[in-house]
Design a binder for this molecule. Structure first.
Ligand SMILES: Cc1cc2nc3c(=O)[nH]c(=O)nc-3n(C[C@H](O)[C@H](O)[C@H](O)COP(=O)(O)O)c2cc1C
Length: 203
């Protein structure tokens, strides 16, 4: 069905979410190539509402991980989870953010999007901004795989956007949505997909 010799299909089908990385750094020019792939994604009205924070310094990664963990820990305590379980989860999640050589924090800004006084229209505009960012980050992850790098989408900033924004010293309008971890892979992963016919309605 697919020509697996074809590099496009190799990239599309071969990319997996990688959660273990080798410690070697990723050269800046490689990161810039990934970000170039990101900004060539389509975006609503071509407003390019995406912004990217590249975090490579250990202090920066730790500050981000700790800030988000504080919020997560508080939320889990409020939900009545067992303290040991909370600490285990927080530890694991912090390690996922401090081990990878590079974090790319994907943010949106609404500054150049249409400004609607109508709440429903404003919400659609916000959704279009996040959809645009998701396409950009998808491009970035595919480009990473094409370069031999592993990547994984981490949704934590969505649950602690203010904490992430403060930890990264971002301008008020930069809204963190996701972290993409990047690095040279130190694991092989498999993944499954639902069969095509289960997810399509032909009309
Ligand atoms: C919106 C979104 C949120 C995700 N959040 C996380 C996350 O917080 N932690 C994580 O380890 N993986 C996360 N993932 C990765 C998914 O688990 C992964 O893409 C899925 O299991 C399919 O595996 P594959 O990417 O290897 O094909 C997320 C992916 C997406 C698109």
């Amino acid at each position: 069905m697919h020509d697996l010799q074809d590099s496009f299909w190799q990239t599309i089908l071969g990319r997996r979410s990688i959660r273990r990385y080798r410690p070697e750094p990723v050269p800046r020019e490689v990161i810039e190539r990934l970000l170039t792939a990101a900004i060539w994604a389509p975006s609503a009205h071509n407003r390019q509402p995406w912004r990217f924070v590249v975090v490579t310094q250990p202090d920066g990664k730790r500050a981000l991980a700790e800030a988000m963990a504080r919020r997560w820990r508080a939320d889990m305590m409020k939900a009545g989870l067992d303290e040991e379980e909370i600490e285990n989860r927080v530890q694991r999640s912090q390690q996922r953010l401090t081990d990878p050589p590079v974090l790319v924090v994907g943010c949106i800004t609404m500054q150049d999007m249409d400004d609607h006084s109508d709440e429903k229209l404003a919400e659609r505009e916000y959704i279009m901004a996040t959809q645009s960012l998701a396409l950009a980050l998808g491009n970035l992850m595919l480009a990473a795989y094409h370069e031999g790098l592993g990547s994984c989408w981490i949704c934590a900033p969505l649950f602690a956007p203010e904490e992430a924004r403060m930890a990264l010293n971002l301008a008020d309008d930069w809204q963190p949505q996701a972290v993409i971890t990047l690095g040279w892979p130190d694991e092989e992963r498999k993944s499954e997909r639902k069969p095509l016919e289960e997810v399509i309605l032909w009309e």
